[in-house]
Design a protein around this ligand. Structure first.
Ligand code: SF4
Ligand code: SF4
Length: 354
């Protein structure tokens, strides 16, 4: 099985590995010459600029960019060659915040968060804080990647983890095209193993949700209809069950931006996003109730801004300086990638928002 289709943009020393290059592309061309309105101008039309953070509800922590996969559209530019990993010291600083914040959801992401050597310690410590919803974003194949990960379903169960996993399609071809050869078969096995310990079963408290993102330069279809199709196909073909499907729009950054440019779809995709702009989605974009923490402890409005190295607009810039009063009401840092969150029914790590 070869799940490593490519190397990260960083490893390839691509221009697009640099966040300022990505931001330049997103600000120039069709946005600079006025063909399309900037995101700022668009939200100002409905008096929604500046976009403001409300009360913190979700703390999303990226524990490292290392991953066993190199998916074509990864906004993190994750892969086995990425060495940025959260240390136990930074995790401890996060734990200090988790214990005192009123956030109801803790969301661990990566890369493959399980590859951080302190992942289990962190989960054990964090689960003691009594968070209502403790999410781990697992890419599924990690459960099958190595013997040392085989017991992850039991580990997740022990700590009542809410597992959220990417599954771009119920067919092998579409999944492997986007996520790498062999990913589909390993994901199916991992889902069956999660089902076997109780995850995703109709009345089970062990939550298993799947994330769909489009395989090309188009917007996701209707989330409810897709969930029905996924449920039917996975049950019939593999006897797999899960709870909810989140449909996520690909944001034009990192490897997806690279894909858009290489396939000459960048301008058409931006046109499609702007055309599908939904002012009703703006009020609920995830940065309004989420804070994103990077592997080295810095604070961002969302995981996308983290990858673009756009830090929070606040005096509190690092998790060690966390201050709820300072962070609440901050102005969110925006650019044209934000159109990805407001297209159609909107998009967030929890699916549609409008
Ligand atoms: S999309 Fe997820 S599984 Fe794929 S390379 Fe990125 S972090 Fe890893
Ligand atoms: S990309 Fe981030 S900052 Fe922009 S609207 Fe989406 S969540 Fe908010």
């Amino acid at each position: 099985m070869n799940m490593t289709k490519t190397q990260s943009l960083h490893k390839r020393q691509s221009d697009l590995a640099q966040s300022n290059r990505q931001l330049e592309i997103l600000s120039n061309g069709i946005f600079k010459n006025g063909e399309l309105p900037t995101f700022k101008a668009k939200i100002a039309e409905t008096n929604q600029f500046p976009l403001k953070a409300k009360k913190l509800e979700i703390l999303q922590i990226n524990v490292g960019y290392m991953c066993n996969q190199v998916c074509e559209h990864c906004h993190v530019d994750a892969g086995p060659d990425r060495k940025e990993i959260m240390t136990r010291e930074t995790m401890q600083q996060c734990l200090n915040v988790i214990k005192k914040t009123g956030a109801h959801t803790l969301d661990l992401t990566g890369g493959a968060p399980e590859m951080n050597p302190d992942f289990r310690w962190f989960v054990e410590e964090a689960s003691k804080a009594g968070i209502t919803d403790f999410i781990v974003r697992s890419n599924l194949t990690i459960i099958r990647a190595n013997k040392k990960y085989h017991d992850l379903p039991e580990f997740f169960k022990k700590h009542n983890i809410h597992v959220v996993s990417s599954m771009p399609h119920w067919t092998r071809g579409k999944t492997d095209k986007q996520r790498g050869e062999g990913v589909f078969d390993q994901s199916i096995k991992a889902l069956q193993e999660l089902n076997a310990v109780g995850y995703g079963m109709p009345d089970s408290k062990l939550k298993l949700d799947l994330v769909y993102n489009p395989s090309g330069a188009f917007l996701p279809g209707d989330q409810t209809a897709m969930e029905k199709d996924f449920k039917k196909a996975l049950k019939e073909d593999f006897n797999i069950q899960f709870h909810n499907l989140f449909a996520i729009t690909n944001l034009p950054i990192s490897r997806f931006l690279d894909y858009l440019i290489a396939s000459e779809n960048y301008e058409d995709y931006m046109y499609a996003l702007v055309e599908a702009y939904n002012p009703a989605a703006v009020a609920n974009v995830m940065c309004t109730n989420t804070l994103s923490v990077s592997w080295d402890g810095y604070l961002f409005d969302c995981d996308f801004n983290q990858m673009l190295e756009l830090p929070v607009n606040s005096k509190a810039k690092h998790i060690s300086e966390y201050n709820e009063a300072l962070l609440e009401g901050r102005n969110i840092v925006i650019s044209q990638h934000c159109y990805g969150c407001t297209a159609g029914a909107g998009s967030s790590c929890q699916g549609v928002v409008a």
